[in-house]
Design a protein around this ligand. Structure first.
Ligand SMILES: [Fe+2]
Length: 230
């Protein structure tokens, strides 16, 4: 992704969040210069990868496959006791924009429609060889109510509705094309995007970035490289 596209997507997401009166913590608006001044008191932000996460999953078609995410709180799967034992994100999806089909080995997550449009979810079980099980139904909880979902049949979630996804459950979701930009929430156990995702599509978790303009924001997977100049 071009840096200009990433910055534009974050600014658009900020507008959506503002429209919903969903306020983010102060570091959501820090510039690279402010990040460079951040000291050890901010190590939890770096170690738990809080902050902006914009990805086209390496496919180069961000409007169709991609998302703007912001991790508000998190722990560290590889360092128990660091951060919080839970995580929270907001996920902004434009109409027809989706996440790739994936599962988590460890994370249990609630995906929540916080408003703006309809969220559409597709689910599959996992086979013993880790492939997508396209035949078995999936048992899932929607706002505490048990449901059996046929594999790959889209489940529409209206504003306010949520779904609890257990580990080992393939899922992908998108913003219904007939609605507006979707503000989705994620409340989960600890999130680790380096080790806890298995994708059923040929994607990479983070985008390769082409630096066509000076960055206006620092992404959560860039803290190491961008902090080197401190
Ligand atoms: Fe997920």
């Amino acid at each position: 992704m071009k840096r200009s596209e990433i910055d534009r997507a974050i600014r658009a997401a900020q507008d959506v969040l503002r429209a919903h009166d969903f306020m983010l913590p102060p570091f959501a608006s820090w510039t690279p210069a402010q990040w460079r001044k951040a000291g050890p008191e901010c190590s939890r932000i770096f170690d738990c990868r809080l902050g902006w996460d914009v990805s086209d999953f390496g496919v180069g078609d961000f409007d169709r496959l991609g998302a703007v995410l912001f991790t508000i709180r998190n722990g560290n799967l590889r360092t128990p006791g660091l951060g919080t034992p839970y995580a929270e994100k907001v996920i902004i999806l434009t109409p027809n924009q989706r996440l790739p089909l994936h599962l988590h080995w460890s994370k249990t997550e609630d995906i929540i429609n916080r408003g703006g449009g309809r969220l559409v979810m597709e689910l599959y079980a996992v086979r013993d060889d880790d492939a997508v099980d396209r035949e078995s139904p999936v048992t899932v909880y929607c706002d505490g109510r048990e449901m059996s979902v046929r594999p790959g049949v889209p489940v529409v979630m209206n504003p306010g509705e949520s779904m609890t996804l257990a580990p080992g459950m393939y899922h992908r979701f998108w913003a219904d094309g007939a609605g507006g930009t979707l503000l989705a929430g994620e409340v989960s156990s600890v999130n680790d995007d380096e080790t806890d995702n298995l994708f059923a599509e040929h994607v990479s978790r983070f985008a390769a970035v082409e630096e066509d303009v000076p960055a206006a924001f620092v992404l959560c997977n860039e803290y190491g490289s961008r902090m080197q100049n401190r």
